[in-house]
Write a protein of this length. Structure first.
Ligand SMILES: *Cc1c(COP(=O)(O)O)cnc(C)c1O
Length: 234
């Protein structure tokens, strides 16, 4: 196949997957009695090439997500903005400046030291979500629920950061509906102190319906849009 033919067949594949994902989002919103317009699709393009990001942007995807700082920076250098770039992975403090140089939204703030590092590195306003751990298991990122008020106050006090809400990944092997219910309660408690923090980033390819039922505003979809990934190394 010529590379032009390959690009057009990949474009057709992504267009079909995108239509299916959007249909799932609309159905999930209606089933929950919600307006589908409340939902933002973040296409998680990790491990896939910058050309896929460009194709998705051309198909009308306005938001893309990445989970590795250097991989994301390289793709951003190729594709540019728009789309809006969301960083959804575990963030090391020494990568905060790199991520702040291209990202519009960081979903994975879970420690005060990251708040400080991002605020120092940010050039313009940077949207921030607090990642919470729904199972208390260490290693997959996320702050304990008890830390949310202190983290929220730190973000709200930062000069360049805008507190948008909360993010979580459903625990492995557990009922996602129950986990997303705990996230929705945390989001409501956060809004009581910070009324502008209205975003709930939850739901992936396997559990977007449960997340939308629990009030998710931003779903992060990789596999259902782009296909199966090779395992990430390192
Ligand atoms: C990879 C990833 C996703 C997308 O997961 P899929 O199951 O492929 O849809 C969403 N959120 C985060 C934080 C991820 O790392």
């Amino acid at each position: 196949m010529s590379s032009a033919t390959e690009a057009s067949s990949r474009r057709a594949e992504l267009a079909a997957n995108l239509a299916a994902v959007r249909a799932r989002m609309v159905a999930a919103a209606r089933a929950a009695g919600r307006d589908p317009a409340e939902l933002t699709l973040v296409a998680v393009t990790k491990t896939f090439p910058a050309s896929d990001v460009a194709l998705l942007a051309g198909l009308g995807v306005a938001d893309v997500g990445e989970n590795r700082a250097q991989e994301a920076a390289t793709k951003h250098a190729e594709v540019g903005s728009p789309p809006r770039w969301h960083f959804v992975g575990t963030l090391q403090r020494n990568k905060a400046a790199l991520v702040a140089s291209f990202a519009d939204v960081i979903h994975s703030v879970d420690r005060v030291e990251l708040v400080t590092a991002l605020d120092r590195a940010a050039h313009g306003p940077l949207d921030v979500l607090l990642q919470v751990s729904l199972d208390g298991a260490p290693g997959r990122g996320g702050a304990p629920l008890a830390d949310v008020p202190r983290l929220a106050d730190a973000v709200a006090a930062a000069d360049h950061l805008t507190l948008r809400g909360v993010m979580a990944v459903a625990p492995l092997g557990a009922d996602p509906a129950a986990a997303f219910g705990r996230l929705a309660e945390a989001a409501a408690r956060l809004r009581a102190d910070h009324p502008g923090a209205t975003w709930i980033s939850a739901g992936m390819s396997g559990d977007l319906e449960a997340a939308v039922a629990a009030g998710a505003t931003h779903v992060r979809i990789g596999t259902a849009l782009l296909g199966r990934r090779e395992p990430q190394v390192g």
